[in-house]
Design a protein around this ligand. Structure first.
Ligand SMILES: Cc1cc2nc3c(=O)[nH]c(=O)nc-3n(C[C@H](O)[C@H](O)[C@H](O)COP(=O)(O)O)c2cc1C
Length: 200
């Protein structure tokens, strides 16, 4: 059983990474093989809508999505995490979602995979981001088992203070016991669902 964690923050070692890592730690403790893919420092280009993938089953854009495709295909569980950017997911998270268009109606697809979503906001908008990721999973006929909303206490958009160190909240969520416990539970629940589905 493989569980893939996708960290959609461009900030290495940030709050999203902390929580996705915690979910993967739980998944590993409960018997899954785990892997983390971070978008940080990756070359990820947006879908150009050519839709050729519906015919060719391949994406012609040669960037780091090519490394993610086989990982998505092989994993039975997918935990996707994003920071909240302007009440939404990051641009990188949106690229990852859009570029999975090739899995629709493909013999290799995301159907039946078990999902979990994690959104971390400074203050507001995490529910919205989770809803977007869950919608993505539902459209792929995946089975999302839950979502985690966390707050890092960083500047939100409306509240951004030019005097504040914008990196002050980096990794701060590691000190939020409740968020960490929720992340652990999410990883465990992904594995439990996979076990119920008969995945070894
Ligand atoms: C461009 C940008 C937009 C942001 N928009 C929001 C927002 O709409 N609401 C909010 O509460 N926090 C917002 N934040 C704060 C981040 O969501 C917060 O710092 C989060 O913990 C970052 O996660 P990371 O450490 O995984 O990158 C924004 C940060 C950036 C850089």
């Amino acid at each position: 059983m493989k569980v893939l964690g996708i960290v959609c923050s461009p900030r290495k070692g940030g709050n999203t990474e902390v929580l996705v890592q915690e979910a993967l730690r739980a998944a590993a403790e409960h018997g899954a093989e785990t892997e983390l893919f971070s978008v940080a420092g990756r070359d990820l280009r947006p879908c150009d809508g050519c839709a050729a993938c519906r015919r060719t089953m391949k994406c012609h854009i040669k960037d780091d999505m090519q490394a993610l495709y086989p990982k998505l295909a092989e994993a039975q569980g997918i935990v996707m995490g994003t920071p909240v950017y302007f009440y939404s997911v990051t641009a990188q998270a949106k690229i990852v979602m859009d570029r999975t268009y090739l899995f629709l109606r493909n013999a290799t697809n995301l159907r039946g995979k078990v999902g979990g979503v994690i959104a971390v906001a400074g203050r507001a908008g995490a529910g919205n981001a989770n809803m977007l990721m869950e919608g993505f999973m539902v459209l792929h006929r995946m089975h999302p088992v839950g979502g985690l909303v966390a707050h890092s206490g960083g500047a939100g958009v409306a509240e951004a203070d030019p005097e504040e160190n914008p990196q002050a909240d980096k990794g701060r969520v590691a000190g939020d016991e409740r968020a960490m416990a929720d992340a652990f539970r999410l990883g465990r629940n992904v594995v439990r669902q996979l076990q119920r589905d008969g995945v070894k």
